[in-house]
Write a protein that binds this ligand. Sequence first.
Ligand SMILES: [Fe+2]
Length: 191
Amino acid sequence: MTKPIKGKGLINITNHLDENEKTAQLAEALATAYGANPAAAREIGDAAAIHDIGKCKIPGHILNSPNRLTPAEFEILKTHTILGAEILADLRGHFGKMAREMCEFHHEKFNGKGYWGRYAGQLPYYVSIAAISDVYVALTSERPYKQAWPHHKAMEYIKNQSGRQFCPMLVDIFVSVMADISKEGNAFGKK
Ligand SMILES: [Fe+2]
C-alpha cells in the first residue's frame, strides 16, 4: 500500500497524498530507521494507515468541530481508539495484532498521560512509530480549528515532547529521518 518516501520524483505525488497515506509513509521510513527489515517496515506503514479507522464511528459534528470540544464531546472522540480496534477484530496474525494495538493505543504517551493512561514508557515500538507519525501529519495539516503548522514548528513541538509524549530514542530517530527527507526534497520537508 505504501510507497517509498524518499526521492525528488515523488514530490508531486506526495503533495497530494491524504493524511493516512502520509502517516503510512512516515511510519514505514521510521520503522526502517529503527531497524525493521523492508517487509516488516512495510507492514508497520500499512497498519499505521488505518490507525484512525475508528473515527468513522465518531459523529461528524465532533470530528469537524471548529471549536474546542466540550469534555463530553472529548470523551466521545477518545473512543475512536477502542472502536478502531473493534472494527479490526477479525484481522488475523501479527498484522492484525499490530493494527489493533495502533488503533487502541496511538494516543498513549510515553509519560503515561495519554487517553487511557496505559503503557507508560512501554508502548510497543510500532505503536510509538504510528503515534509520532500521526502527530506530525496532524500538526502539518489544516483542521477546522487550526491552520497547518509549518514543518519547523511541528519539529519544535515533537522535540519538546521528547520524554513526555514520545520516547526520546524515537524522537532522535524521527529528527534524523526528517533531516534526510528534507535533504532529498520530499513534500514532507516543508520549511
Ligand atoms: Fe487518533
